[in-house]
Design a protein around this ligand. Structure first.
Ligand SMILES: *[C@@H]1O[C@H](CO)[C@@H](O)[C@H](O)[C@H]1NC(C)=O
Ligand SMILES: *[C@@H]1O[C@H](CO)[C@@H](O)[C@H](O)[C@H]1NC(C)=O
Ligand SMILES: *[C@@H]1O[C@H](CO)[C@@H](O)[C@H](O)[C@H]1NC(C)=O
Length: 465
């Protein structure tokens, strides 16, 4: 009898042991979905404290300046073309587990996650002709942020539109145009009432990086960059190896891992309340290793990694300062743009700057870093400056900066509330700069380059005659 009990207990233990594997599909927290860098879903990381942050005693909100990244989009053409490969990987993983029996002893896929992978299918309606288009969720993201801000600031964001009070502009892409429509539908209930300002030939305000070769050519992800060094580090290699083994492989190309990771992140953002099948392939601690690689890339690409990056959004900063300083309309200025624009704006403003630089060799000591692009620039990431008028206070003008519905903490402000005079003082260099020369080391490339080109053509024409 005793022996039988013992045997039963042992058997039960073993069964439980088999179920010890981490299960993404059964995890209520799904912490790793908060670490998907620029492919993080807005709904997962947005702030939840605006209730306590929007009211400023003795002050009236008057004006608002918004820089909004587009919402969740479809993949880039390369990812769309590569996606059918995931069906091979799906079949190979199932075969590894069920036929070849190469399931690892520890950290294996739990059966729920394995079955989910087995049932996965690529949505063949997603074709390259709709690459990077805004998704339904992406539209909802923007409709949602508009409603949230309107809820807190009904007097600044009235439901009745006119084009002197409101100024909207988006870049020349489907995803920002649709984002603008989602946002205005959120505000006015109908996305056809509002119009957006014309997009200039050279969009230096919303896409300055398109007109500066120095910005594009700097080495932020190539040979010798911190990003590349990290991707050949021991911790990276170990993680790649762990993911490979976890899926039952002895070798797995890094491109395949990236593809699975991308699909995980996209699908999670497309359907926020569901679990993305491919996310099951990655353990939370593996995701944070992958996250750091992209944080490094963005840190040197658009962040504090290179001093010049702090200058790039010269025009957007000036635009914000000028418009919020002026008492006249437009009272609401909203721009719909991209991740690089948002990140360089934050960098220009000194937001979330770390004391220690992110490097290939300091992953372990930087776990509490401020530069986390998952929180800074998720899909539909947005920076909102709310200008207040305070009749009672000594300082009549104040501002609160919000990033993804969280009041931004700057050490020269008072728990998120900044004196406008301090803001002007703090960003004096950039506000007094001539952006044509300031934002790009070699000057406004586009203008200069075309001048040089014209001169060259003229010389050739001259020589030929
Ligand atoms: C497949 O993708 C298309 C295009 O984005 C979308 O409209 C459709 O809802 C998707 N189907 C499923 C089942 O997710
Ligand atoms: C535009 O809307 C604002 C805010 O509702 C209002 O104060 C202003 O009078 C309107 N202007 C015009 C020209 O309708
Ligand atoms: C990691 O792997 C790469 C290529 O597979 C190799 O070049 C590199 O030396 C490895 N790094 C370490 C620290 O072992």
């Amino acid at each position: 009898m005793r022996l039988l009990l013992l045997l039963t207990a042992l058997l039960a233990l073993q069964l439980v042991g088999g179920q010890d594997d981490y299960c993404f599909g059964k995890d209520a927290e799904r912490e790793q979905t908060r670490h998907f860098t620029s492919k993080t879903a807005y709904q997962i990381v947005k702030g939840t404290n605006m209730d306590k942050q929007y009211q400023v005693p003795g002050c009236e909100p008057k004006k608002m300046w918004i820089f909004h990244r587009h919402g969740t989009r479809l993949p880039t053409p390369n990812t769309i073309r590569a996606a059918p490969r995931l069906e091979d990987l799906r079949d190979q993983i199932v075969k590894n587990y069920r036929v070849l029996r190469t399931k690892p002893e520890t950290n294996a896929l739990c059966s729920t996650d394995l079955i989910a992978i087995q049932m996965w299918k690529w949505n063949t309606s997603i074709t390259v002709d709709i690459e990077e288009h805004l998704t339904t969720q992406g539209y909802e993201d923007l409709r949602g942020t508009a409603k949230v801000y309107q809820h807190y600031y009904p007097t600044v964001l009235p439901t009745r539109y006119n084009d002197s009070y409101y100024l909207f502009r988006h870049t020349d892409t489907q995803r920002t145009t649709e984002s603008f429509k989602g946002f205005t539908e959120g505000l006015f209930g109908d996305n056809t009432v509002a119009t957006a300002a014309d997009i200039p030939e050279q969009d230096l305000l919303l896409r300055p990086y398109d007109y500066c070769n120095d910005f594009k050519d700097k080495n932020y992800k190539g040979e010798g960059s911190e990003y590349q060094k990290y991707r050949t580090s021991a911790i990276w290699n170990r993680t790649v190896d762990d993911i490979t083994k976890r899926l039952g492989f002895t070798f797995l190309a890094e491109e395949d891992i990236e593809l699975m990771y991308d699909m995980c992140r996209y699908e999670q953002a497309w359907q926020v309340d569901r679990t993305s099948v491919w996310c099951g392939a990655f353990l939370p601690e593996q995701v944070t290793v992958l996250e750091y690689a992209e944080d490094l890339k963005y840190y040197y690409g658009s962040g504090y990694g290179f001093e010049e990056n702090t200058k790039f959004n010269c025009r957007a900063v000036q635009d914000m300062l000028t418009r919020l300083s002026s008492p006249v309309s437009p009272h609401v200025i909203a721009y719909f743009a991209h991740s690089t624009g948002l990140q360089t704006l934050l960098t220009a403003l000194g937001i979330n700057k770390d004391d220690v630089a992110l490097r290939a060799d300091n992953y372990n000591s930087m776990t509490s870093r401020r530069w986390k692009t998952s929180l800074l620039g998720p899909f539909a990431g947005n920076f909102v400056a709310v200008k207040y008028e305070c009749t009672e206070a000594l300082e009549k003008e104040k501002v609160v900066f919000f990033l993804n519905q969280n009041a931004v903490e700057l050490d020269w402000c008072n728990v998120g509330l900044c004196d406008w005079s301090q803001v002007l003082e703090h960003y004096k260099t950039i506000s007094e700069a001539n952006c044509d020369e300031y934002y790009c080391r070699s000057g406004a490339m586009a203008g200069r380059a075309s001048l040089l080109f014209t001169a060259l053509i003229a010389a050739i024409v001259y020589l030929m005659h």
